[in-house]
Design a protein around this ligand. Sequence first.
Ligand code: UGA
Length: 455
Amino acid sequence: MDREHGGGPRTLKAIPELTRPMTRVAIIGTGHVGLATAIAFAQWGHEVVGADVSEKIVGDLRAGKTTHYEPGLPDALGRSLATGRLSFTTDVEGAALPADVVFVCVGTPPKKDGSIDLSQVRKAAGTVGLVMRSAPGYKVVTVKSTVLPGTTGGVVQPALERASGKKGGTDFGLAVNPEFLREGSAVNDALHPDRIVIGAIDERSLRAVEAIYVSVQAPTMATNLRTAEMIKYATNAFLATKVSFANEFANICDTFGGINVDDVIEGIGLDPRINPKFMKAGLGFGGSCFPKDVQAIAAAAHSRRYPSRILTAVLSLNEVQPLRAVRLAETALVSLRGRRVAILGLSFKGGSDDIRESRAVPLARALLRKGAKVVGYDPVVRDEFQKAVPRVEVANDLSTALEAADLCIVHNDWPQWRELKGADFQGMRRKIVIDGRRILNRQALNGVRLIVLGG
Ligand code: UGA
């Protein structure tokens, strides 16, 4: 396969004689992506070693305990451990040594200036390179971490070559296999991917990675390294754009009045060219991926003298979107000074304990700036939020959060908010509820003054 520009993407059919039933896989980094990937690969019959530098994480995983909240993850981990094909270690070299394919699943967090911190990727590449220096046999190093186009070929490959003294594309293989799983449904998404994208330096690398997915029914696309890297960014940028588009129209609907934005989205979705999924309006997108990835690709384009107007607009709307709830609150209460305001949902979305880039953080800060007393409640988040915004009181249960509150703002989409009834808001001083996620059941909220973002 052409290194840089490929011969154009291809949809693959597995070629049985080139695929092996079982691949020995090492996964470096057992966070959200690495762990779900390891579990899925083991369930598909591969022999998987998950390596992580943290003794605590490895100890917990060996005992079947998961370190972050993720529905279904403990059970799935238990099932994969029980196959005998999944193990964990802190010995990254030992994991990489026997592996046919080494997946790099380490974090690529943003640095203070917004650029990507590649230190963990570099370290993993250096370690695997050293292993390859003395190990006989051929390995394919596959980057699953989200990295900017050009990183695998321009940073990972040279680091591997320096440390190993070997040549990529000849002595070892190289691939990019982006991950599209969501927090909250990570296990299911990993086990049932909607597509498999493999960017590979050559045919041999491609076949080795493809073989891991041989039992999965999903379209597979083969391309070059940097196109696969870009597909990951373009996917997240497009999804974030859909969310900001829905949010923009929710705000515009509010200026007209008498329009329900969900009906508008449903209506546009009848056009076969428009997919209405993932267009639920709210107080903005958060999490460890969308804000970071959209910023990173926009900044990278800018540094190549292409300032992206669309991505800049997507991000700038997302910055101010939580303030829509503050404005609605001020309209309802006139002034927020001294008012007690409850925020329901502190994680960036329901089904997750992750508060990274959660829009509840700027929402709480804006309410505090307006002089409100802010109390938060979330089914799983407690101390983390308290640390992020110390002036917020984090309640242990819903009724304590709502007790004597003048107003309540629903921030995220935990399914339990859908079950809330008028009686649940009994303890409020004034029963004014802003549904910032369009999730409450309007019919069930007798006695509550409900204000819904987007009508
Ligand atoms: C996202 C992508 O959906 C995954 O495909 C991708 O693999 C992942 O990032 C990643 O790059 O690792 P995730 O961050 O777990 O997954 O969360 P999403 O479910 O995509 O939600 C992102 C944000 O958008 C959340 O704040 C959510 O509340 C918001 N959102 C989502 C909306 O406001 N409206 C929607 O209709 C959908």
